[in-house]
Design a protein around this ligand. Sequence first.
Ligand code: GEK
Length: 241
Amino acid sequence: MQDKDTLFQQDGPVADFVFDEKVAAVFTDMINRSVPGYASIITQIGTLAERYAQTDSLCYDLGCSLGAATLALRHNIRAQGCSIIAIDNSPAMIARCQALIDSDDSTVPVELHCADILDVAINNASLVVLNFTLQFVTLAERDVLIRKIHAGLRPGGMLILSEKIHFEDESLNTLFIDLHHRFKQQNGYSATEISRKRAAIENVLVPETLRTHEQRIKAAGFSSFAVWFQCFNFASMVAVK
Ligand code: GEK
């Protein structure tokens, strides 16, 4: 059962954001009210899985949280012999995710692991999803992770990368941050909640520009790259090996 996110209504000092039990308990409400286009992105991850999941291959959901993308993969994979590996390093997320997977009726096999995505081997993959996860990986480790994903993908395999993004043009950057805050306000967050969440996440979530993402993806060896979704400072990209 998911609760309403009221985590940033409290007074007192703001600690760095962590994916603990309190966050896991409200995560679905939090991400839907905070990330413009989140529900559409999840739906279209399913559409891409229908097309890109290959026979006898693996689909990875890296930083799966409660498994929204995992479930979209599970319900749309049509290829025979395909299974899903979902990883998150938050025990609270994995426990809740396992319960949601157990109560789901699809027969596509799902393996859930509580682990750091930097430590997990990627092999025989036809689809890898990083849905708002790379932004939490340190800048120094992002290149290695994207190269590992490229190496583990089959030819023709796809990476789906969704991220909060930064704009080189400072005035546009400010505009999109403002519009994002307006989106959160429209979804019922108060100005205090928005500013406290911003302070909590500032050192934890580090956005990069679309240009940086494209350069990293091309440098890793992907043959094609496109932004397929964008709303303000949130974007989802695809890259094909
Ligand atoms: C969704 N993809 O609903 N290793 C494993 N997990 C990690 C790591 C890491 N190094 N760093 C962060 N995480 C999901 C939403 S949320 C996005 C992803 C957000 C996990 C972290 O524990 C959290 O569950 C998830 O990545 C990021 O489609 O909260 O903005």
